[in-house]
Design a protein. Structure first.
Length: 191
């Protein structure tokens, strides 16, 4: 893998969310070993479509000023920042599908959380844009990131039941990550 600017998987601090917490979250969203299997399958299906997925997602963000705001300063999008985030977002798709949900993965989800929050927003890329991605959009993005992936999952000839299982596993995984990314926004002891 070429070096992705700012991608520091395995090189970040420890998440305050424990593996026990993660396992309880997985249980709550009904994430099972079968989902792991279908998520890996989704990773195989998506690995050569990530640019098309990101084109769709970036067109969506770019066509909504209230979302593009988070990549902008004084109304002007920072294209270098958008490109750097895109490379990491592409890797996030692959990591979401293929990495084990272990301590290292949990730690990196917390790092991503901090990069959306005012704690570390803009610091990785040394940019001056909106100082935080507001909590509401972390949660709201669960739907578009889930709804738009189904068409990509169906492009490799799998039957409808298999596509549905991959999609369900993706939905659960996206929900887990969105929950983890909200940790910095929640008062201590309330997460």
């Amino acid at each position: 893998m070429d070096q992705i600017k700012g991608y520091a998987y395995g090189q970040v601090g420890t998440s305050p969310v424990t593996l026990e917490d993660l396992n309880l979250l997985k249980k709550t969203v009904l994430f099972t070993e079968e989902d792991e299997k279908y998520l890996r399958m989704a990773g195989d299906v998506l690995k050569d479509q990530t640019d098309q997925v990101l084109d769709l997602w970036y067109n969506y963000v770019g066509s909504n000023e209230h979302l593009l705001y988070y990549f902008s300063k004084d109304g002007q999008p920072n294209t270098q920042y958008l490109d750097a985030v895109r490379a990491r977002f592409k890797q996030w798709i692959l990591d979401l599908c293929n990495r084990p949900y272990d301590q290292e993965w949990l730690n990196y989800q917390h790092e991503i959380a901090l990069r959306h929050h005012s704690t570390r927003k803009n610091k990785t890329d040394h940019v001056d844009t909106a100082p935080i991605v507001h909590y509401r959009y972390i949660v709201a993005f669960i739907y578009p990131i889930t709804a738009t992936i189904k068409g990509f999952l169906s492009k490799k000839g799998h039957d409808a039941e298999t596509v549905a299982k991959m999609h369900d596993a993706w939905f659960k995984a996206v929900t887990l990550t969105a929950i983890l990314w909200t940790h910095p926004y929640i008062n201590k002891g309330e997460f």
